[in-house]
Design a protein around this ligand. Structure first.
Ligand SMILES: Nc1ncnc2c1ncn2[C@@H]1O[C@H](COP(=O)(O)OP(=O)(O)OP(=O)(O)O)[C@@H](O)[C@H]1O
Ligand SMILES: [Mg+2]
Length: 285
């Protein structure tokens, strides 16, 4: 029974609504589409291979009977924003030939004490029923250890959510993928239950060059020099590169330019860098 609503005027949501949120989907990305340093890609491939072998060992060879609680594996993709963590979760599911069930905190959060853990449980059940890969995106919101400025009721709710999550993770005998920008906020109890951590960093010059090339359609007339771009702008993510190219293309179209001039791309990157500096302050990844 929901208790302690924050606003009396708000009505409880019908139970069916939460279930509809957890619909497994076909992975949107493949490993080939992600530009990553070789060692990060290898780590992701390792995970995918482990999963394949795990199916053989546990299902086909029957180790599920003798090693009942040994095959849960938590994978945590962590690091800077816009570096391909969400893409990688999709790619892992794709490698495994399975659907992905994405859980964002917004999907499970409820202002009613006791409802959030229920929603988490539904997410686990939906993943199990559909044999899809469970993926908690922006997982720090659920796995966080810090509780600040909260009322007692909310505090109880956060702790409840955390312990239900731990319990469900213990029971769940399958892969769970997490992604976060804030690994430092993770509760140590969750850290112990995650067996593989893959760190995503901002792309190096070589990766940036590939990203610039990848996000410049061959049909688009331009005078870009990918070597120059990769050298000139450090400290930007794959997402920044993708956004900068699109912004520059729209500006070129607006100016009715015959081709995409590199000055427009420089300008677009500068704009992104300026807003990132303002937004992130001195945070380091
Ligand atoms: N390594 C990459 N290779 C190719 N494209 C990338 C890469 N990283 C980011 N992108 C581009 O940026 C978009 C955002 O990437 P993604 O959502 O995977 O980042 P993220 O690490 O999950 O970010 P956040 O921490 O903000 O959730 C992608 O859809 C893609 O267009
Ligand atoms: Mg993401």
């Amino acid at each position: 029974m929901p208790i302690t609503p924050k606003k009396a005027a708000d009505k409880p949501q019908p139970a069916a609504q939460a279930e509809e949120v957890f619909v497994p989907e076909e992975p949107k990305w493949t490993l080939d589409e992600i530009i990553l340093p070789a060692e990060v890609k290898a780590q992701i491939l390792d995970v995918a291979t482990y999963a394949e072998n795990s199916h053989r060992v546990f299902e086909l060879w029957g180790f599920k009977h003798t090693h009942k609680f040994s095959r849960r594996i938590g994978i945590n993709l962590y690091g800077a924003p816009g570096t391909g963590k969400t893409m990688a979760a999709h790619a892992i599911a794709h490698e495994l030939g399975r659907k992905i069930l994405i859980v964002n905190y917004a999907d499970i959060e409820s202002k009613y004490v006791g409802e959030t853990p229920k929603n988490i449980r539904k997410a686990f059940e939906a993943a199990k029923a559909s044999d899809s890969i469970l993926f908690f995106d922006e997982a720090d919101a659920i796995l966080s250890k810090r509780v600040t400025n909260m009322t007692q009721a909310v505090d109880v709710s956060v702790n409840q959510t955390r312990s239900v999550m731990l319990m469900l993770m213990n029971e769940f005998q399958d892969f769970i993928i997490f992604a976060t920008n804030f690994i430092e906020n993770f509760d140590p109890a969750f850290m112990r239950r995650i067996s593989v951590h893959v760190k995503f960093t901002l792309p190096d010059e070589d990766c940036r060059k590939k990203l610039w090339r990848m996000y410049t359609p061959t049909e688009c007339p331009n005078n870009l020099d990918f070597d120059e771009l990769a050298k000139k702008f450090d400290g930007i993510s794959g997402s920044d590169i993708s956004n900068a190219m699109l912004n520059a293309a729209f500006k070129a179209a607006r100016l009715n330019a015959a081709e995409l001039d590199k000055s427009l791309v420089f300008e677009a990157v500068e704009n992104i860098l300026a807003s990132k500096r303002a937004n992130l302050g001195t945070r380091e990844y």
